[in-house]
Unconditional design. Structure first.
Ligand code: SD4
Length: 325
């Protein structure tokens, strides 16, 4: 497809998703609030997700908060059947059941998460409901699903004919084991810095493809898959969740930034920490992205192949991350 057609189509898709009226309404908000930062709004997400980044970036340009932008941005990927690691069309667990994990964290340090949830599409939005409408941080499995229905979420069949076919092919192999997807589309962690200098983030995934039933990775674990501190910065992760959890990766990056590291240096240190705990064994991937409160960004992964997408001057730019190997 020609580049111009692609971006034309993309902006139509995105404006449909945004709702033009809400943009117009919110732009009045922007006019009445002065822009505080020169590097804002900034949104950045793991992997190649231009539509999600355009949604979050344009919402923030229209004066919408970083939290709203982070939840609405990843919603695009949750509804994207081609993304085999997020929302509808995602790979199931060993038993053929799709279970989703997600979390959100805002500029005030509030957070919410849902884990191992079946039949609910927009799990980042559900995590936000846990944060805003319950006294808890984490809701799991059937409890999270029941809570979703009580909040008006619809039951959605997440296993598509394509994801069922992939799972059937996988289950026929004799040495079937869980795997980290290495396609362009993968777990989406998104960090947003709005024009008022506030940071928020979201992370949404189906986790490891063909995982053990009940397995939960890093993505919905605050501090591991995502961490936001409005005084410092924010970080999010993709890759082998067990390795990220063992080093509390996203929290580690934010603390490194608090102690003076740039987002880039902090991501590199966190990857080094993981490698130092797995001496000799590097057959897995982890990637981190981070931003600080000044709008500087960083990304680093163990292996080549990880990329991230960010919003700049009305455009979504996808870039390869630097890597250890
Ligand atoms: C997990 N970190 O559940 C997730 C998987 C992932 O890209 O990021 N895949 O371990």
């Amino acid at each position: 497809m020609k580049r111009r057609n692609f971006f034309g189509k993309l902006s139509m898709t995105v404006s449909g998703f945004l709702g033009v009226n809400s943009l117009e309404a919110q732009s009045q908000n922007l006019n009445s609030n002065p822009k505080r930062l020169t590097n804002s709004p900034l949104s950045i997400a793991t992997w190649n997700c231009p539509e999600a980044i355009l949604i979050s970036g344009k919402l923030m340009e229209a004066g919408i908060s970083a939290l709203d932008a982070a939840v609405k941005g990843v919603a695009f990927e949750e509804a994207n059947e081609k993304n085999t690691t997020v929302g509808i069309g995602a790979s199931p667990d060993q038993s053929g059941c799709v279970t989703l994990d997600a979390c959100v964290m805002d500029d005030k340090g509030n957070c919410g998460a849902v884990m191992a949830v079946e039949n609910i599409l927009h799990v980042a939005k559900l995590a936000r409901k846990v944060m805003e409408d319950t006294p808890h941080v984490n809701l799991a499995a059937a409890g999270a699903e029941e809570f979703a229905y009580s909040k008006g979420f619809k039951k959605t069949k997440l296993l598509t004919p394509a994801s069922k076919k992939r799972w059937e092919a996988w289950s026929q192999k004799s040495n079937s084991s869980p795997k980290i997807n290495v396609e362009n589309h993968d777990t989406i962690g998104m960090l947003c810095l709005d024009d008022y200098g506030n940071l928020s983030g979201s992370c949404t995934t189906s986790g490891l493809a063909y995982k053990m039933k009940g397995r939960v990775g890093d993505s919905p674990i605050i501090g591991s898959g995502l961490f936001v501190d409005n005084e410092v910065g924010a970080a999010t992760a993709t890759g082998l969740g067990e390795a990220v959890i063992k080093t509390v990766g996203s929290f580690l990056i934010v603390e490194l930034m608090r102690n003076g590291c740039s987002p880039q240096k902090a991501c590199e240190e966190a990857i080094q920490r993981i490698l130092s705990k797995h001496s000799g064994k590097t057959d897995f991937q982890v990637g981190f992205i981070a931003i600080n409160i000044s709008g500087e960004k960083g990304a680093y992964s163990i292996h080549k192949g990880f990329s991230y997408t960010y919003f700049k001057s009305g455009r979504a730019i996808n870039t390869s991350s630097a890597s250890f190997y």
